[in-house]
Structures are given as structure tokens and as C-alpha cells.
Design a protein around this ligand. Structure first.
Ligand SMILES: [Fe+2]
Length: 170
């Protein structure tokens, strides 16, 4: 049954499989950011906590966007497993550095899927992914900005809480 459905697709099967893997990554990012929000809450970084709660929601929205795209186009989207994520961080700078690495990793994966669309002549999925390419650039910029702020002004721990307020503008 699954194969019959999959034979009548307008989007490429390989691309669907890669998009299903991407669902897992977006879901994982959502969990990672939720853990970071918790750390920020525990350590009094209220604005960064709000920032990461929001990021966590955004990642879930990305996940659902891909999920719907697959199902709307005749594929089968698979609900991802709930991943186990790290809750231990050394500092607020460690949090933002880790978040930046997460985003860079996700961007690379999005680019890989984008290039597969191109190779497989899956024009619809390539256009669909264009939004994600732009979104990833924005996400990376946000995290890079936060890392820069804490690297430049974060030697004094007292400063950390003042800098936290700047995250409300991100
Ligand atoms: Fe995302």
C-alpha cells in the first residue's frame, strides 16, 4: 500500500525521506531550546529564557511545516521520536555557542536537501525549502549576535544579567 502511494507522487521519494529526517532534526532543536530555556530560568536569565521558549516554539513550527508539506503532497510524514537532550551548561555563553553550532548544523542539512531537490529536478520542494534557507540564515545571525555580545562584554559575571536584557531585542 505504502509503495503504491509513493509511486504516484509529484515530489521526489528521496527528497521525502530526507525531509522526514529533517522533521527529526527540527524536533530535536525544539527540545534542545526548551532545555536551554529551563537552564536560563534556573539561573535568572529571564530574557534569554523567553528567547529560548520562543525559539523552541519556532522549531516546532518548522517541524510541522515540513510535516504538512509531506502529507499534503502524497507522502507519509513520520512523527519523530522524542530525543534525550543535554541540560547541563557551563554558562550563558556556552548556551549561545551551542545554539549557534546547532543552527549551523541544521543549515548544512537544509542545504544538502536543497541540493538533492536540484539534482532530482524536484522543483516544488526546492521552492518550499527556499523559505528554510532564508530562515536558517536569520537564526544563525541571532545566535552569532548573542555569542558576540557575551564574548565582548561577558568577562564580568555581573554584566551577564545586563546583557541578558539585550536578548529581548532579538
Ligand atoms: Fe528550524
Amino acid at each position: 500500500m505504502e509503495n503504491i502511494i509513493r509511486e504516484n507522487l509529484s515530489i521526489n521519494i528521496k527528497v521525502i525521506d530526507l525531509l522526514n529526517e529533517q522533521i527529526g532534526r527540527e524536533s530535536r532543536a525544539s527540545s534542545v531550546y526548551l532545555a536551554m530555556a529551563s537552564w536560563c530560568d534556573q539561573n535568572g536569565y529571564d530574557f534569554s529564557a523567553a528567547f529560548f521558549y520562543n525559539q523552541s516554539n519556532e522549531e516546532r513550527e518548522h517541524m510541522l511545516k515540513i510535516f504538512k508539506y509531506i502529507n499534503d503532497n502524497g507522502g507519509i510524514a513520520y512523527s519523530p521520536e522524542i530525543p534525550k537532550v543535554n541540560h547541563e551548561y557551563e554558562s550563558i555563553l556556552d548556551i549561545y555557542k551551542t545554539a549557534l553550532q546547532e543552527e549551523i548544523g541544521i543549515s548544512k542539512e537544509i542545504h544538502k536537501i536543497f541540493l538533492t531537490c536540484r539534482k532530482e529536478n524536484d522543483v516544488a520542494s526546492e521552492l518550499f525549502l527556499q523559505w528554510f534557507v532564508n530562515e536558517q540564515q536569520e537564526e544563525e545571525q541571532k545566535m552569532r549576535h548573542a555569542v558576540k555580545i557575551y564574548e565582548l562584554h561577558g568577562e564580568d559575571v555581573e554584566n551577564h544579567y545586563l546583557l541578558d536584557k539585550r536578548m529581548s531585542r532579538s
